[in-house]
Ligand binder design. Structure first.
Ligand code: ATR
Length: 276
């Protein structure tokens, strides 16, 4: 029988996950279906339970339900536990619902494998300290950067994250104003500012020579942050489309035990985006 998977979100119509997972299933010859499901904002758990009753095997979880998914999971991977968010759920044969987060692995794979950036020994800056950033800190620290700085508009939130992940590597926190005089080799934008076409206040000399920038958002036109990066000397300005596909590949592997190839799917999505 065809196994059922889905992505839950609200809104969800724009989701590219069905297209990505359907392509992975074809490529790896896995018999599964994958759909986008809209859950009411206050009833994620009910929607997910109904999905399980109708032979649902596993799901991806997107905005605004990653916290609800964390609470719904009966068993969490250590990285999901620390991130406090879940983007991948699945039910095992005993009926136990497991939760994991694959966003961070997705980002690191896009940086290190697709973009061929070695993060070891690098000075890395992350802008933002919200849910999106929380999930990527541990995998970035695992690459052993020289330092990882979390800068956020609300400094206390950056401080909390730096404390939470202190045991995993050289992490510190600050506000945007404290960035004056500092230089970084890799800068990742994890703020929601891009969504509104906005940019955190950044010093003009923030980027070290040869620096690469990464916006966790993506769009048809270059994002405001990536435009800023190119205008300030970045040799690369990468958007989050690769992260989206890589986090999906990691979820697919968790569910099916097969690691799909991502390059063709990424190229197809980019082309569709350019033509939209
Ligand atoms: P997400 O799940 O997308 O991370 P979030 O948890 O609401 O969403 O976090 C949004 C992040 O974007 C936060 O770091 C937020 O800064 P604050 O913690 O100070 O609110 C940041 N952010 C949103 N709009 C911003 C803006 N215009 N300038 C700078 N940072 C912004």
């Amino acid at each position: 029988m065809t196994d059922r998977y889905a992505v839950f979100g609200n809104p969800i119509a724009h989701s590219k996950s069905p297209q990505i997972h359907t392509a992975f299933a074809q490529q790896t010859e896995q018999d599964l279906s994958y759909e986008a499901l809209l859950a009411p904002v206050d009833a994620f758990s009910e929607s997910f339970n109904e999905f399980l009753q109708r032979q649902g095997k596993g799901a991806n979880i997107t905005v605004p339900f990653k916290q609800d998914a964390y609470e719904r999971a009966e068993s969490l991977t250590p990285r999901a536990q620390r991130a406090g968010a879940v983007n991948t759920l699945w039910q095992d044969e005993q009926g136990v619902v497991h939760g994991d987060t694959t966003d961070g692995v997705g980002l690191v794979r896009d940086l290190t494998q697709n973009q061929q950036l070695d993060l070891k020994g690098k000075r890395i800056l992350i802008l933002g300290a919200g849910g999106a950033v929380r999930g990527v800190i541990e995998p970035i620290l695992a690459e052993q950067p020289a330092q990882l700085v979390i800068a956020n508009r609300t400094v206390s939130k950056a401080e909390q994250l730096a404390e939470l992940f202190a045991d995993f590597g050289a992490i510190s926190s600050c506000g945007f104003a404290d960035l004056a005089g500092q230089q970084f080799d890799v800068v990742v934008n994890g703020t929601a500012a891009s969504l509104a076409g906005d940019l955190p206040p950044l010093p003009d000399d923030l980027l070290a020579e040869g620096a690469a920038c990464y916006d966790m958002m993506y769009s048809k036109e270059i994002t405001v942050f990536n435009q800023w990066a190119l205008d300030h000397g970045a040799v690369k300005a990468i958007d989050g489309l690769g992260m989206l596909v890589e986090q999906a590949a990691e979820s697919f592997n968790i569910w099916r035990g097969v690691q799909p190839k991502t390059d063709q799917v990424m190229a197809q999505l980019r082309e569709a985006l350019n033509q939209s």
